[in-house]
Design a protein around this ligand. Structure first.
Ligand code: NAD
Ligand code: ZN
Length: 359
């Protein structure tokens, strides 16, 4: 029940905060004696953001394609090998993008100083040495990956995070101006990741005053952004959602995700379905677990005219459904949070298979 967690080191927040980056990097370059690696979501390639970055001689910029697959262990290993063979050990890693780039930046920082494949370190406290200094600059709000203790990667055997005390960022730059260009469907799916984190946190048995304080505020902000009179896309709401994402992540630090994330992991692992939309698809079928949350979610879907895919299971083979059920079943900490230590009495592979067949 006790989590002696390391929070992010420093946070700068506010519209235009990215202009602080040069003064943030200067002392890191001086202390680390070297260059920077910038990992930038490739949506920004050819746009003005890369030109606004304080790139110095010897720095490298890698554009990351986050439009299809979720981050992979092989992707992080290849990046690490290329960087060490080319520019050598950098002074720092700066990740600019959504949850995908946040996780790749956190994992890369660790893998630059730990030998072998990142598959060796998927789990809790398996990483042997601190990584290099790393900074996160989110450009889409909701996952809480900017503040979480884990860097979620999909490997050949599992989708699981590298979770240790050196995973969290040393520095966050929270600039809500960077999120204004997110397409509305992704704005909704990733924003709902935050909403669902809070609902799962508050309905499970690990919920407590620490988790509630952050979660209540994050939920209030989500309702303002997605449900109430001034809901919708606006600068003011971009500011709110960025803070909601951070607080939702902090709420989870002292609680846990639940049934929706277990089911969503099955979808992502077997189909490669992206995290935000997978959560949305799963959540609306989990009225048994989250009756009020699902009602509110459906109101938000309707309010923003979001069309979520339905009838997906008709296309799936029995083998795929079985594998999804196995992946979801293999996340005991989520079921233990959602149901309790006797969760296996309620959750069986057959029940999960029939749940997946409803999607
Ligand atoms: P994402 O990083 O996958 O990006 C979604 C899409 O939005 C991409 O196509 C990207 O190019 C685009 N995009 C991002 N910023 C943009 C901008 N400003 N303008 C235009 N387009 C932009 O999205 P996400 O939902 O933030 O992240 C999902 C990932 O986060 C998954 O891999 C999931 O496993 C991970 N995740 C991690 C944690 C954690 O605690 N580490 C928690 C939840 C989710
Ligand atoms: Zn999530």
């Amino acid at each position: 029940m006790y989590r002696n967690f390391r929070n992010v080191g420093k946070v700068v927040y506010g519209p235009g905060a990215i202009r602080q980056l040069e003064s943030i990097l200067d002392p890191v370059r001086a202390a680390g004696g070297g260059s920077m690696v910038f990992l930038v979501d490739d949506w920004f390639e050819g746009r003005d953001l890369p030109e606004r970055l304080p790139i110095a001689a010897g720095d490298r910029v890698h554009f990351i394609d986050a439009s299809h697959d979720e981050p992979k262990t092989s992707q992080v290993d290849d990046l690490r090998d290329g960087i060490l063979a080319g520019q050598g050990l950098p002074a720092g890693v700066v990740g600019i993008g959504g949850g995908s780039v946040m996780d790749i930046a956190k994992a890369l920082s660790l893998m630059l100083t730990n030998e072998g494949s990142s598959t060796l370190y998927q789990g809790l406290n398996l990483v042997k040495r601190p990584g290099v200094w790393h900074c996160g600059i989110p450009t889409i709000s909701g996952t809480g990956a900017e503040v979480s203790m884990t860097a979620v990667l999909t490997g050949p055997e599992k989708k699981l995070g590298l979770k240790c005390e050196w995973t969290p960022f040393d520095q966050l730059v929270l600039d809500p101006e960077l999120t204004g260009t997110v397409p509305t469907d992704h704005w909704f799916y990733t924003g709902m990741d935050c909403y669902i984190h809070c609902i799962e946190a508050e309905t499970g048995r690990h919920y407590n005053a620490f988790s509630k304080a952050y979660g209540d505020e994050a939920l209030k902000l989500c309702r303002e952004v997605f449900l109430e009179a001034d809901a919708g896309r606006s600068r003011a709401n971009d500011e709110k959602l960025m803070v909601a994402s951070l607080f939702g992540g902090l709420s989870l630090t002292y609680s846990e995700v639940g049934a929706c994330h277990a089911v969503s992991y099955g979808l992502s692992y077997v189909l490669g379905m992206r995290h935000g939309i997978a959560n949305c698809v799963a959540f609306r079928q989990l009225r048994d677990f989250y009756p009020r949350g699902v009602d509110e979610f459906e109101a938000m879907v309707e309010r923003h005219g979001i069309e979520l895919p339905e009838g997906l299971a008709a296309e799936w083979t029995d083998e795929q459904v079985r594998r999804m059920a196995e992946i979801a079943y293999g996340l005991p900490h989520m079921w233990d949070h959602a149901i309790g230590p006797d969760w296996q009495r309620e959750i069986t592979l057959d029940r999960l298979e029939s749940l997946f067949r409803r999607l």
